[in-house]
Design a protein around this ligand. Structure first.
Ligand SMILES: C[S@@+](CC[C@H](N)C(=O)[O-])C[C@H]1O[C@@H](n2cnc3c(N)ncnc32)[C@H](O)[C@@H]1O
Length: 305
């Protein structure tokens, strides 16, 4: 896995905001003094990090600035062509609606990945895709990355970024993971090494819990399809959702072990939540939640060998 980005994970939000603001100021200072060809400039658009840093250096820091900062090395263009339109973030979609009942077409894996025999990481509910793109960009030769996302506009924008970065080890599919996970994974030629479900939609109302993506059938599919030694990483900023996911994966103790019992470098707090994000980068939801002072509840499991 990639190393830490150096951003504090167990943090005091006030110290964190100050540190982030300082980091943004130095980013702006560097950008102002750098010669034009050193500036992060692509297709006539400054990257999101630099643009928002330049705009917001003297304003109140927002969590979107932190997202831009954390993902600055990707230099993704924020404004993308008109055909995608504005990517509006709706609260939740209903994955049980009939419009999401059809399985997604299985891609030709040879077309979407340079080497489709490499171990695969699947991110369920990949959102904007920045998190997975960052991992794919950091690990170009060791694995492939597949994002499953139920909001099509997010998938289109993520695929636009993948093309922009010319990455050949990552692909996004517009899919209801509950419907399409198995077929996508069982047709993939290589082993399944990691599945992540990070800050899934909480669907708070009791009568909507059945819309949550972590349900017994997908838990079984994930475990069945994982290679021996493969991992599952789940997290949420909503304790109730984290507990719900934890209950379901903890129940599989004959097939899964929690990582802290295998790897002492991955310690937990007194309640069994991982102290650190093991991926080396935070997801967008995680950045927004930590900015608000929320705790992130994380578990990582390994399939028995
Ligand atoms: C709260 S967002 C979190 C996004 C990202 N994982 C993060 O941590 O920033 C949850 C994402 O899961 C997607 N999603 C919800 N249900 C899904 C399903 N059944 N299949 C695929 N994606 C789903 C939503 O559209 C949304 O983008």
């Amino acid at each position: 896995m990639a190393s830490s980005m150096g951003l504090p994970y167990c943090y005091n939000p006030f110290v964190f905001r100050r540190a982030a603001k300082q980091a943004l100021s130095s980013l702006v200072a560097f950008n102002n003094f750098a010669p034009l060809h050193h500036r992060h400039y692509r297709n006539g658009i400054f990257s999101s990090a630099y643009a928002s840093a330049a705009i917001d250096a003297n304003k109140e820091l927002r969590s979107t600035d932190l997202v831009a900062l954390e993902y600055a090395e990707l230099n993704l263009s924020e404004k993308i062509s008109g055909e995608l339109g504005h990517v509006r973030i709706r609260q939740h979609v209903n994955p049980l609606s009939s419009s999401f009942a059809m399985p997604a077409p299985v891609p030709d894996w040879n077309q979407v990945f340079r080497d489709p025999t490499l171990p695969l990481m699947v991110d369920i509910g990949s959102g904007s895709g920045r998190f997975l793109i960052w991992l794919a960009n950091r690990n170009p030769d060791s694995g492939n990355y597949l994002g499953l996302e139920i909001r099509q506009k997010l998938v289109k924008r993520a695929e636009f970024w993948v093309k922009e970065l010319a990455l050949s080890n990552i692909h996004f599919v517009f899919a209801n993971a509950s419907v399409s996970f198995e077929q996508l994974v069982c047709t993939y030629p290589g082993p399944l090494m990691l599945v992540s479900i990070l800050c899934p939609d909480p669907h708070f109302k009791k009568r909507h819990h059945k819309r949550r993506v972590v349900q017994k059938p997908i838990v079984d599919l994930i475990i069945n399809r994982l290679m021996p030694g493969g991992k599952v990483f789940v997290q949420s900023d909503v304790l109730e959702v984290a507990l719900d996911m934890r209950k379901q994966f903890d129940a599989e103790s004959c097939r899964l072990q929690h990582i802290d019992t295998i790897d002492p470098s991955m310690p937990c707090d007194g309640e069994g939540w991982l102290l650190n994000n093991p991926m080396g980068i935070r997801t967008e939801r995680e950045i927004h939640a930590e900015f608000e002072g929320a705790k992130i509840y994380r578990r990582m499991y390994q399939k028995l060998k």
